[in-house]
Structure formats: structure tokens, C-alpha cells
Design a protein around this ligand. Sequence first.
Ligand code: GLC
Length: 541
Amino acid sequence: MTSARSHTEWWKSAVIYHVYPRSFQDTTGSGVGDLNGITRRLEYLSKTLGIDAVWISPFYPSPMADFGYDVADYTDVDPLFGTLEDFDRLLDEAHRLGLKVIVDWVPNHSSDQHPWFLESRASRTNTRRDWYMWADPKPDGSPPNNWLSPFGGPAWEFDEPTGQYYLHSFLREQPDLNWRNPEVEAAMFDTLRFWLDRGVDGFRIDVAHYIMKDPNLTDILPAPPPTHEADFKPLGGYDAWEHVNDKGHPDVHAVFRRLRHVLDEYDGDRFAVGEIHIFDWHEWATYYGNGDELHMPFNFSLVWAEWNATAIRRRIEALEAVIPEDGWPNYVLGNHDEQRLATRYGPQNAPAAAVLLLTLRGQPTIYYGDEIARRETPVPPELQIDPWGLRVPGMGRDGCRTPMPWTPGPGHGFTLPDVEPWLPFGGDADERNVETQLTDTASVVNTYRRLLHIRRGRRSLLSGSIQFIDDLPADVLGFVRADGQERTVVFINFADETRPVRALPGSAMLLSTENGRGHVGTNGLVLSPHEAVVIDAGPVQ
Ligand code: GLC
């Protein structure tokens, strides 16, 4: 399918681990995680698991209307999470351990409490008025156009004192910055330099494609009925409209080319990945530019894939077909906006999902807690706090953001035993926690550890080509990764029954549902239900 090449940039072979800072490790007894907590757990990530890079969701000063994705100061740390000195220590310690650090950057909108917006809102003549997207009401007083927020309702908020509406693609507490104003771009690029100067290795760019909209603010039109299976999270009424004018305007690419120049001012292959939810594969791939824009758009296509061999293969092939010659794929199975993978795919499939994520061609991102197959935590209505879920029933994201259980017992090693965490642990944390799983060689966390170890040592997995194996039972996905003389074969059984496969001779390095090393003979092997197997298939013949 694709040829093996050598890839020297660190982010191509790196496995990224996504930390939601509120829920990783509390060191102050506040019930909310903090930066010092992340620092304390870096050895776990680096040494115990074998991760290469950590991406940290926003920790900047914020009123927390959207739990940090409403930034009130792009160049500081919220006291809830610590201080800039704590961040510097985190970075030093990560680098000492050989871990890269990626921070979240939220360019589409700030908090309505950001000093820029307070000024912009102060009067129509304020020098920062044009830093945000203001527009006059229609003659009848209604919003300037029909744009909507996925978080419910119109994307416009009327500002009584100045008689105009401002655009908020998300919450009204998240006004959209006006990226057509060069001063905004310059100020925001300076915030990148602030973190680059401190030594961060890259950025995850929040809703990257939203920053450029149709300059004429043209209405959106009703969407034609879907002709394909839903590849992405269904957003209810929002999906009834074609979102072509309210985000993803082609002018966005010039911004990313200039952004890339900023990154390239620095040594060390500073990296940028964009959160880009776009249905059309070809349009999605335009975010690679000519290798001169973002390094990659995140690929969420497996998150909403049905757990079956046909659906998964279809998405991998669709991705591989559009990756530019010098582009690099990536895969995501979960994040702080999506239902936990162990719940979506079923806990019995969590080990096989780990094999899939860590053996496909490209950069994998692991969401914290997925390595212990953490499930969606049931959060009772009175404890639900995600603004999306509170506004649009069924869209709540609290269940995938609950604190990491490190140990059995009260506090679960996340916080003090007598402290109520900001979200509940859920009923299974006494069994499903890091410490308990580490002692069980057959646990999911130990599957991740073995896989990460195997991956690090195999060029074919780090940089090799991928070729699907045909003539397999319908429930089995099989592919060969090859680089030079080395071949790795992967089989995944999606069925809840055994499935025989014709196998290439070699040794099974990892059986996801069993302990130790199995052997694959010339007559093939029989996969257990939900089993995935990684085979050292020897040199190319
Ligand atoms: C992104 C973030 C999500 C946030 C939204 C608005 O989708 O991942 O958590 O609510 O942007 O910033």
C-alpha cells in the first residue's frame, strides 16, 4: 500500500498520551488534578508504560465555563493547577525522562473574561473591538445569520449596551476571535512563542478549522439527507445543517502556513496537530497542506466506527488513500469529548483495540485511563457538570473525564482519602485501577506495556508500510507491516467466537488475551474470541 521510508522526526514514531489535567493526580487535596500531580506521574508514563510524549489539555487561567477551553490568559497557569514554575518543573522532568510535552492551544475563542474581550465589549470604538466577531442585528433585531452552536442554540449573543451581536461557535462564554484581523494573529502567535520559548515540543490545536469563516457571514443551508454511514459523533439538530460557511473557510490554510513558520523558527521539530472534525476525507487531508501547514489533522474516524473488521478496514483504507506522499497518519480511539472506548467497543475488546491502535501505520494517541480499560463512569444527574450535557441532553462528557484510579481504596491514590473528587470514580475503581492491574500479568495495562515495548523495538511498526491480508474470515482483520527485512503481522478477531486464520510462520510476540508468548505454526492459528495477535513474521521472502 505504502512504501517504507525512514522517518526521523520524533513525532512520527512517538506514542502520545493525553492527560486531562483535572483528573490525573491531585496533590493539594482540592479534588482536582494539578500540574505537580502530572509531574509525579511522569515516571509511570515513561518507565512503567513506555510512552514518548504527553499532551496536556488546557491548564491556563480560566473561569472554567468549558473546563479550561475558555482561556482568560494564554500565557499563565490557573492557580487551581499550579504556577508557571510548576509547569517549568514538569517540562524539565519530562525532558529528563525523554518525554516530549505537547500543550493545548485554543485559538478559535477565548473566555469572555479574557482582557481582550472585556476591552472589545467595552464600546464599538474600542481599539480591540475588531479582535472578536461583532455584527449588527438584522432589521427585526434577530441575529446576523442562522449559524448555530453545537452546544445548543444560536451561535450569536446580543450585547445590549453596544447594540451588536458577537459570535460564539461554542458557549456564549467563548467568544470567537477574529482571525482576519492581523493583530489577533500576531498576538496569538506570540502566545505560541511564549510556550515554545519555555521549551514545549508541540501543540494540539483546539477546533483548528473553525478559525476562518465565510467573511460575508452567509447563512448555512439545510444538509441533504446523509448518504453514508455516520462516521462521526451525531450532534442532533446541528447535523441538519451544512456547516460550510461557519468554519473551515479555505483562508485557514494561509494562517497555518504562517503558523508553521513560527514553529520552524525553533529547533527540535516542534509539532502541531489540529483537532479537525471534517467528514469529507479529501477536504480533511487538505489540512496537511504541502507539508507546510499543520503536521497533521487528528484522525477521529475510528472513534465512531462500529467494532467490526469491515468498518474498521474501510476507514483505514479511506485514510491511507488520502494521506499525501509526505504526510503521516495518526489514530485516536478516545479523548475528553468522546465516550470511553471500553464502553463503545465493549470491555472485552479493549485489549484488541490497544493492539489496533499501536500497530497501525502512524502516530497513536492514548487517552488517560484507556490503558486500564476505564469505562464510561455513570454520573448521576445531580453531579453532571459538563456544559454541553447540561444544554443538550445526551451530549454530556462527564463520564469520560472522571478521575484516574491509581490504587484501590478511598481517594484511589488520585486525591486524599477524605476528599470528594470533582467527578465520581465510579463503582469499579477498586478492581479497575493502575496498581491492581499492574500486578496481574493478563491485565489490559500489561497488554499496553508489552505492546509499547514491542513497538519501540520494531522498525516495521514504527515506520513500515501496511498491507491488508485478504481471504480471512469476515470477522478477522489482518495486516502486514513491513520495513526493509522486517515484517510484523497483526490479526484481530472481532467475533465472540474462535476464528481460524492461515498464518505466516513466526512467533507470536503478544497474545492480547493470554499471557506470554505463543507459537504460530505453519498450519496457522486459531484466534480466541476478541483476541488480537502480533506476530514476528521474519524477513520478507
Ligand atoms: C474542542 C474541545 C472541547 C471543547 C471545544 C470548545 O472540541 O476538545 O472539549 O469543549 O473544543 O473549545
